[in-house]
Design a protein around this ligand. Structure first.
Ligand code: GEK
Length: 242
């Protein structure tokens, strides 16, 4: 069973700003389920899209893999076809735990986990690249550099699956959606105080872009057929083809 996220209860989280340390790793699955609307659907989408777009004998990347939930969707999507999932995260707690959970898959060579900053990742012969709620944690000026490297490491016909939290260019819309997002978290059992403590701790750590900005940047890099395949409140998933 998933361990309950009580990190911000009673203001007992003293590790500011937010980081993906051992404490967070222990409750991560509960945290992301209760904090990201559409998270489960994003995992199903990754499986369905990789079933269709995976090209035999290529690599799939899960950049910012946390505990490997998207990696598992990739493995399920690839099935028996020849290829490898390369799952990367710079949190040693996340990578150590993933290596334990996926030990059987690791033995078969179907997946490898790397503890690495994704800004330094080598991307080669890729047909599917997943960045599921991670670009938002990178310094803004590094985002285009990484996406360009990804584009260059992709095979023709390959896809990038990019999920992100976003904001809107209209204050009223932002306020309305943020209120709805707070209600989503309240319904999922977080208190007003936990919501506000988490928001403070993420200040400057999670920095969102506009949807329009994401699309414009992918276009500029050369991606084609860029489309939004999912949207839940202020969270979206885009697919872009090489
Ligand atoms: C999922 N994709 O379950 N290099 C490597 N990893 C990073 C970096 C970086 N520069 N910055 C952040 N991370 C997952 C969920 S969680 C999303 C991704 C969330 C990692 C960080 O350590 C964490 O594990 C992950 O990105 C973000 O589909 O918590 O909102």
């Amino acid at each position: 069973m998933k361990k309950k996220d009580n990190l911000f209860k009673d203001g007992n989280f003293n590790d500011l700003p937010f980081s993906f340390n051992e404490e967070v790793t222990e409750v991560f699955e509960d945290m992301i389920d209760r904090s990201v609307p559409g998270y489960e659907s994003s995992l199903r989408l990754i499986k369905d899209l990789s079933e269709h777009y995976f090209q035999s004998d290529t690599n799939c990347y899960d950049l910012g893999c946390s505990l490997g939930a998207s990696s598992l969707s990739l493995l399920e999507g690839i099935g028996k076809r020849k290829g490898q999932v390369i799952a990367i995260d710079n949190s040693s707690a996340m990578i150590s735990e993933s290596k334990i959970r996926f030990s059987n898959f690791i033995k078969t060579g179907k997946i490898k986990f790397l503890e690495q900053d994704i800004n330094n990742a080598q991307i080669n012969t890729a047909s599917i690249i997943v960045i599921n709620f991670v670009l938002q944690f990178l310094e803004t000026e590094k985002r285009e550099i990484l996406l360009t490297k990804i584009f260059q490491g992709m095979k023709e016909g390959g896809i990038l699956i990019l999920s992100e939290k976003i904001h809107f260019d209209n204050n009223l819309r932002n306020q309305k959606i943020y209120r709805m997002y707070d209600r989503f978290k309240l319904k999922n059992g977080y208190s007003e105080m936990e919501i506000s403590a988490k928001r403070d701790s993420l200040e400057g750590v999670l920095v969102t872009d506009l949807e329009f900005f994401h699309v414009q940047r992918l276009n500029r890099i050369g991606f084609k057929n860029i489309r939004k395949v999912m949207s839940n409140l202020n969270f979206i998933t885009l697919v872009a083809e090489r």
